[in-house]
Write a protein that binds this ligand. Sequence first.
Ligand code: PLP
Length: 388
Amino acid sequence: MSALMQTYARLPVTFSHGEGVYLFDQDGRRYLDGICGLGVNGLGHAHPAVTRAIRAQADKLVHTSNLYRIEAQEQLGARLTALAGMETCFFGNSGAEANEAAIKIARLHGHARQIKKPAIVVLEGAFHGRTLATLSATGNRKIQAGFEPLVAGFIRAPVNDIEALRQIAANNPDVVAFLAEPIQGEGGIYPLDADYLAAVRQLCDQQNWLLMLDEVQSGNGRSGDYFAYQGMDVQPDVVATAKGLGNGVPIGACMARGAAASLMGAGQHGTTYGGNPLVCATALAVIDTITEQQLCANARTMGDLIRTTVMADSAAAARIVDCRGKGLMIGFQLDQDCGQLTAQALAAGLLINVTAGSTIRLLPPLIIDEAQALALANGVARLIADLN
Ligand SMILES: *Cc1c(COP(=O)(O)O)cnc(C)c1O
């Protein structure tokens, strides 16, 4: 315990195994998982298709490096880009790495345009990761403090404010890209307005900026569409995704299309583990399961059910200032800070998360069924109603 750097305030529980939407602790106590490893285990725990893929691939080959062709990586690249409406793909090991690749692509795009100090517009409240470049892109001082000097080349804009973005465009000829989460996650579950995103797309086209979307959390079915932008009728130039793609094996992907698709050349970017046979075979099984079992549609119905059930509880609704989100990316903003709720939920056999101080964040597995969704919603409503 004390040999670990104290980067997390951990809850006092250790899980020994899981099954579907449930986790079991070392004493055999069962918990309904409303956060699924921060949006990672979309197929829940110990999903048979995922376990089978891991076993079968581990039996054959785990890692070779990117010095050689990797069949599963080529298949996954084709599958994922087709799903996303993109053309090319780079696999890393995490969300931050997927965004790093996007940021590097934006800089190449800038230099190709003879812009010596290319800048990327990012949003207030954004979260893009913990590496130096991605924490610099993040719109949260707490995450940046202590790590200055930050990486230069980011310009901050307010959310859903197209006029502010037009002002930035008018005053900053060095801007080459816009990077945002279609639904802000860590920032408190704030979906961008579809009208705003459509206007951003237009502005990007006028200005020759890349529209880059961070779908690390919102992607892979969580929002009720495979990617959240698909429910907003916008096609980005660059997409980063991770979390739900591997259901727990570490994988991230940066996809691009159009001119952005071929900006990265041989030797310009790399990774030792990224896209190895094990993670790619697993991600292929994840994508097959999400699409074959229509889990995007399930995310939509179950998300709506959870939101309406909680809001129908008048004692809980009285404490809720705002109910936000899409699909199974759910935020209930309360009238006070409520970090203590995660421990109270744990005691009640529920795993939930609180983000941005006062927002309960739920990211349940996409496989959740109606009875389980109702149990989660009623449990959360009770916790909110009893909050003092
Ligand atoms: C979690 C997250 C990241 C960072 O992903 P890691 O795998 O932790 O590096 C980046 N962007 C968004 C939107 C996220 O939710």
